[in-house]
Design a protein around this ligand. Sequence first.
Ligand code: DGY
Length: 321
Amino acid sequence: MADKPTVLVTRKLPDAVEERLSRLFEARLNADDRQMGPDDILAAAQGADGLLICLTERLDGDLIAKLPASVRIVSTYSVGFNHIDLAAARGRGIVVTHTPEAVTDATADATMLLILAAARRAHEFQLMLREGRWRRWSAVGTLGTDIGGKRLGIVGLGRIGRAVARRARAFGMEIHYHSRTPLPEPMAEGAIHHPTLANLFAACPVVSLHCPSTPETRGMIDATSLGWLPPGAILVNTARGDLVVDDDLIAALADGRLAAAGLDVFDGEPEFDKRYLDLPNAYLLPHIGTSTIETRERMGFDATNNLESFFAGREPPFRVV
Ligand code: DGY
């Protein structure tokens, strides 16, 4: 149908999502999932009404300025939108939407996986087994630590932070959090607010990051903030890699000030600081927080719904700007 809006989809998405996109729009799909650079995006966006992008496509101010005037909406298949220059989009009158609800449970599950893996030294035990160093059951030696009865410090008690809190409570953890303003009690569900990051870190032997990457939060985990944690603490990051200063985290893990880290995200990914690979107390995953079929489909449907509402003249459900 000639009057369907044209949408450029920059990555291969689950089949059910692509089917729906193709039903609703003239969808320009990326069947072989090739990585599109700025020039590819500009060429493919000619005449498009909207873009559906992933966090792997950086829409900086320069690229947004060069987008054809026909593009009126960018729907990102992610909760995070730090890969999009929002001010530039706003300046051009381009609507930006994201998928905050779809990612919550899978990301919270992955966070628990990392908390447990870090606390129970999963990587070291995997190596012991795979390298043939498992001799016999032992009451002493390499031991992990319980998470039950410990305090979990959550940085950013948004949707994902609260979903992590609910899971962690079931494991017997006490929930503390830092955010600029305390949440109203029905939302905080008893979590204890700390007005500063320093307060939170000093009180919590396990800390998990759930804040967006912004100019204020980038590099927030550095030698100073790591120094606020009790000795032998655990840090988990399923948010964004650039919240962490790799040099400082690696130093703290190497000298044992930090017992362990669980990391799903890295600064500059898919590149990352390869020194992490030499650290037995770093449990590493390649940004798979949302990688379940159910979640990836939900993200796709939410990203599609945002486009559908916009083109129908309605407010998109998850609008950023
Ligand atoms: C998001 O939605 O921002 C996640 O990082 C994608 O996995």
